[in-house]
Design a protein around this ligand. Structure first.
Ligand code: SF4
Length: 231
């Protein structure tokens, strides 16, 4: 599959001088070690992003810091199973859960197309929240799609001006399944119905990897991760 080159027209924030050396140290570190470093380094200024596809990243993160902030983007178009998964996670872990919502009257896929909808309902709310944070943690994995093949454990999110931590970036699908089984991790029930990747209901079909996301459109990313990388 060919992936269109990304256009980074916006100004970018300079990368901290210390980041390349730490990124090299953590490149192949276990996820638990990466998260331990992140909570120690950034403390209350760290946000863990969770799509409610499964609780692998949250389970790892709360082991490092039970009070870590977890952010969920409620676009207004989620499957009921996804919202129920959010409720289950909050109950099990007593999460410090922050739900990020679009502004009133935000663009929608029906009237404005999917790119404008994702920009208004995902990218905008996350950008506004992360503007006050020092680092964010994602569950991004290289194995998910060609668009993610170049991701590293520790990156500089230059578009937003903060550190991006991807503790499970090297995990295979089997690694994820093994962790879920060994730790009795909560999963979105749609995973058992053939959805490898779970986004909003109108834009997600069953499929392997991210093939079910905006199926047939050529899109693989909503824009959350389409920012200049560094480090
Ligand atoms: S995935 Fe679809 S419904 Fe969700 S924000 Fe993007 S375009 Fe809108």
């Amino acid at each position: 599959m060919s992936v269109a080159p990304l256009d980074f027209g916006a100004p970018v924030a300079p990368r901290p001088a210390w980041l390349p050396a730490v990124a090299a140290e953590l490149a192949d570190a276990p996820a638990a070690d990466v998260l331990a470093w992140a909570v120690t380094t950034f403390g209350a200024a760290l946000t863990v992003a969770c799509s409610m596809q499964d609780a692998v990243l949250v389970d790892l993160a709360v082991r490092a810091d039970p009070g870590v902030e977890v952010a969920f983007l409620d676009t207004g178009f989620h499957f009921p199973e996804t919202l129920e998964t959010a409720r289950r996670l909050q109950a099990r872990y007593r999460l410090k859960l922050v739900t990020l919502r679009p502004e009133p009257g935000a663009a929608s896929f029906r009237a404005n197309g999917t790119e404008a909808c994702c920009a208004a309902r995902k990218v905008g709310p996350l950008d506004r929240h992360l503007a006050g944070r020092a680092a964010w943690v994602t569950g991004l994995r290289r194995a998910e799609s060609p668009s993610r093949a170049g991701a590293a454990t520790l990156e500089w999110d230059a578009g937003r001006g903060l550190v991006k931590v991807n503790p499970i970036v090297a995990w295979s699908d089997d690694d994820v399944e093994r962790y879920i089984a060994e730790h009795d991790v909560i999963m979105n029930p749609l995973r058992d119905k053939g959805f490898d990747s779970i986004g909003c209901a109108p834009c997600t079909l069953p499929g392997s990897g991210r093939s079910g996301r905006w199926a047939g459109s050529g899109r693989l990313e909503c824009g959350l991760h389409l920012v200049p990388r560094g480090g």
